[in-house]
Design a protein around this ligand. Sequence first.
Ligand SMILES: Cc1ncc(COP(=O)(O)O)c(C=O)c1O
Length: 382
Amino acid sequence: MRAIYLDYNATTPIAPTVQEAMAPFLSEHYGNPSSLHALGRACHEAVEDARSHVAALLRTDPREIIFTSGGTESNNLALKGTLLRDPSSVGGHLVISSLEHPATVRPARFLERLGYSVSVVGCDIQGTIDPQEVKEALRDDTVLVSIIHANNEIGTIQPIRDIARICHDRGILVHTDAAQSTGKIPIIADELEIDLLSIAGHKIYAPKGIGALFVRRGTALEPLIHGADHEQGVRAGTENVPYIVALGQAALLAAKASDELHDRLTDLRDELASRLETVLGDRLTINGKGGERLPNTLSVNLPGVSAHALLNRIPDLCASTGAACHSGSDAVSPTLAAIGLTPETTRGTVRLSVGWYTSQEDIQRAAELLLDAWESLSNSES
Ligand SMILES: Cc1ncc(COP(=O)(O)O)c(C=O)c1O
C-alpha cells in the first residue's frame, strides 16, 4: 500500500518542476556565479532570477532577499545579525514568544549567554499572542522582537502587523519566522510591516538546505559567516546555485497557488477532523481551533492513548506526534505547554498536515487507520 503522507509541516516533497529547474545546474551549468566568463554569467543570472521570484512571492524588492541554508540559518542571522551588529546594543534586550521554533529559541538563549537579555511573551489557550503583551514586554533597550508567523505544531497565525506597529512606534526592529506560513497563506512583506522574515525551502516544495531571509532595505546585519562579498556582504560563501534555482522555482509555484488550492487544503483538513469527531465526539480536542490557523494543519489530542504508540501501529501513515525535531522524545512540547495542555493530554497529540499532493482518498484512509489504531490501543491499554 502506498504510504499516506500527512506530514507537510515537517517537510514537503520536491515539486517535479522544481526538480526540472534545478537539474541543469547539477550538470552543464556548473560555473561559479562570481566568474565573469559565460559559464559564470549563466549561473549569476539564474541566481538573480531566483532572487526575483522569491521577492515577487513576498511582493518586495530582490535586493531585500538574502539566500541562506534554510529556516534555521535565516532565524540565526536575523537574531544574532541585529543584536551583534551594533556595539552600543551589547547587553540589549530581545523579545520572543512561547510559540517559537527551536531555531529562534536557541539563538536567543545563545545571545543570553553573551550577556543580552531575553523576554518570552506567552499566548492564550488558542495559541494566539496578544500584541498588548508584546507592548508590555518592550524596554528602552529592546533591539529586536522576533515572533513566529505561524506555529509549526498547531498552525496558529499571529497578528504580526499589529505587533510590528507597536514595535516601530518605539524604533524597535521586528522579525518573523515565516517558515511555515510561506506558500500556505499570502505573505506581503509590506502589509506585515516587518523588517526581517525567514523562509525555509523544504516547506514549499524545494529541497532541504536552502532558504532565504527578507531584510528590509536599510536594516544592518552582522554576518554569521565572514568571508567574501556574496549576498551583499551579509552571507559569505559561493552560492548554492542548484538549490537557489530550486527555491526560485518553488517561489514561482507558491505565488501561482490559487485561493482555490488553499480552500481545497482547508476542506481536506476539516474533513479529516470531522471524520475523527464522528467517532470520538467531544473526546477529541483540536489545538488552536478558536484562533486563526494555517489551512493545512490539524493538531489533535486523542484521548487515553500515546501518540507514539498509535503512530507506531500504522507505519503507512506519515504524521508527527509534535514538531519533527522533537519527535522520538516524550517531553511535552513547549508549544503545547504554552497553550496550557497537560502532559496527559499531550501524550495523545498527533499533528496531521496536508499539502498539494494529498487526496480525498488519503484523508478517508488516514481517518480509518487512526480510528482503528486508537480503538485497538484503547482496548489493549484498558
Ligand atoms: C517554524 C519553523 N522555523 C524554522 C524551521 C527550520 O527550518 P530549516 O529546517 O530549513 O532549517 C522550521 C522547520 O521545521 C520551522 O517549522
